[in-house]
Design a binder for this molecule. Structure first.
Ligand code: KIV
Ligand code: ZN
Length: 392
């Protein structure tokens, strides 16, 4: 596959902000939008302007300050939504209206009490309204993951004809398996005659923990935009995590894909989002969790200390994380203990470490993690009275 750029569409400020407790005021949204622009995202979905006066103001203020990224506002397939989004986006250097409607039979019947033909008409009508305000129009086929491919292809062909320049294929409920999502994208490429006039976008939710895999499968099958959020925030189990897809693409050059993201900013921006949204990051979260570069078992620590690549595929500097950590617990081994003593300024030979290791295990069995203060105390006691410790 030839080298190709993946457009990173960040929806932290829209889908991410829908998380209960994560609501942001305008100043907070502005701060995060500027951080996202520095990170190198290509499109910032700033909000859903008709949803509240506060969100209108946030989108409007973001539109005034963002210089390089496209600023996007979400709408339903309703004229008023589109007018309000266009008004909020007016000051933007580059603006996008993101409009759409559900295309699965479930949504058509139980959400809209409608028919496939009527929904297709509403989709085309929404794109036609949006064209009054911008040439950059993204159409989302909500619940595309569970939509019939043949019908979906008809809708996508019609909205591209009406002027959509990006077509978003959301797996709204996080239902698809990676190969199914990839096949859906391939189906559209093979069955929508005018698909070359639009960019296909992946928007995956994480209900089965597959959002990042599905997005990467989408890209491997021809999609060229991925919609994602910092720390994987989003409705229910969240959205595709920006840091994960960016690093999957970066770590696998054989995919022939790249992004504009400045990866060394991933951890700082993750922390900023976590603090601003008051939403802690799980410690074992890939790339940005506090344990993402921590080694705690004896076997891993020994291997890591011999050569970092034995147990790390990413250098923490590359993603702006703190240096790799050797955590001392009751599962740690002698190499890690000797290494930590050395960092604390204590040089012990092998026999000393053997003796100190037994003392260390007694402390470790009582504590979750043995701290530098515990080790310093052990070392000083040992230096004063090595014989008494050796009798333990
Ligand atoms: O998950 C979804 O389908 C969405 C759309 C509004 C794009 O968030
Ligand atoms: Zn979504």
């Amino acid at each position: 596959m030839s080298s190709d750029k993946i457009i990173i569409f960040d929806t932290t400020l829209r889908d991410g902000e829908q998380v209960p407790g994560c609501k942001l005021n305008t100043q907070e949204k502005l701060k995060l939008a500027l951080a996202l622009e520095s990170l190198g995202v290509n499109v910032i979905e700033a909000g859903f302007p008709i949803s509240s006066p506060g969100d209108f103001e946030s989108v409007n203020e973001i539109a005034k300050v963002i210089k390089n990224a496209v600023v996007c506002g979400l709408t339903r397939a309703q004229q008023k939504d589109i007018e309000v989004a266009a008004e909020a986006l007016k000051p933007a250097k580059r603006k996008r209206i993101h409009t759409g409607i559900g295309t699965s039979d479930l949504h058509i019947k139980y959400k809209f009490n409608s028919t496939r033909e009527a929904i297709l008409e509403r989709a085309v009508q929404a794109v036609t309204w949006a064209r009054n305000y911008t040439d950059d129009i993204e159409f989302y086929a909500e619940d595309a993951g569970r939509s019939d491919n043949e019908y979906l292809a008809r809708v996508i062909e019609a909205v591209i004809k009406a002027g959509a320049t990006t077509v978003n294929i959301p797996d709204t409920t996080g239902y698809c398996l990676p190969h199914q999502y990839g096949e859906k994208i391939k189906y559209l490429i093979n069955h929508v005659p005018n698909i070359d006039k639009a960019i296909i976008s992946c928007h995956c939710h994480n209900d089965l923990g597959l959002a990042s895999s599905n997005s990467v499968y989408g890209a491997m099958n021809g999609a060229r935009q991925i919609e994602c959020t910092i720390n994987g925030l989003g409705e229910r189990a969240g959205n595709t995590s920006l840091e994960e897809v960016v690093m999957i693409i970066q770590q696998h050059p054989e995919l022939g894909l790249y992004t504009d993201i400045k990866t060394e900013l991933l951890n700082p921006v993750s922390r900023l989002v976590s603090e601003t949204m008051r939403m802690p990051v799980q410690p074992n979260k890939a790339i940005v969790g506090s344990n993402a570069f921590a080694h705690s078992s004896g076997i891993h620590q020994d291997g890591f200390l011999k050569h970092a690549a034995n147990y790390e595929i990413i250098n923490p500097d590359l993603v702006g994380a703190d240096t790799s950590k050797i955590v001392l617990t009751a599962r740690s081994g002698r190499s890690a203990l000797a290494y930590r003593f050395k960092l604390l300024g204590f040089e012990f030979d092998r026999d000393d470490v053997d003796i100190l290791y037994q003392q260390f295990l007694e402390v470790a069995d009582q504590k979750k993690e043995v701290e530098n203060e515990d080790l310093t105390q052990l070392a000083l006691q040992y230096q004063q009275k090595p014989a008494s410790l050796s009798s333990l």
